[in-house]
Design a protein. Structure first.
Length: 95
């Protein structure tokens, strides 16, 4: 699914790609939470748009694009979220 994200189900939440090992993932209807071993970057396919993304309990900044800055970017047409962070605990609250 990472190579062809359009094949991921549109009504489910999935982590499609990550650059740092993920230790634990919890999928709920309006919440996705995961822990990594350290700073990283992930791409997720989400059933609903994110309302808020937090790293270690602190609100992350929504960005137009992610290059080298921590934060998150939502691609509405593809239902894809990209997160870049330094914290190990990431919480995504869905609309």
């Amino acid at each position: 699914m990472a190579e062809m994200p359009e094949t991921a189900p549109t009504n489910e939440n999935h982590i499609l790609w990550y650059d740092h090992q993920i230790r634990e993932v919890k999928y709920e209807d309006r919440h996705v939470a995961y822990r990594t071993w350290g700073p990283g970057r992930e791409r997720l396919k989400l059933a609903k748009a994110p309302h808020e993304v937090k790293g270690a309990g602190e609100r992350a900044t929504s960005r137009d694009a992610l290059k080298s800055t921590d934060g998150w970017y939502w691609d509405e047409p593809r239902q894809m979220l990209e997160v870049r962070h330094r914290e190990r605990q990431i919480d995504i609250i869905l609309r």
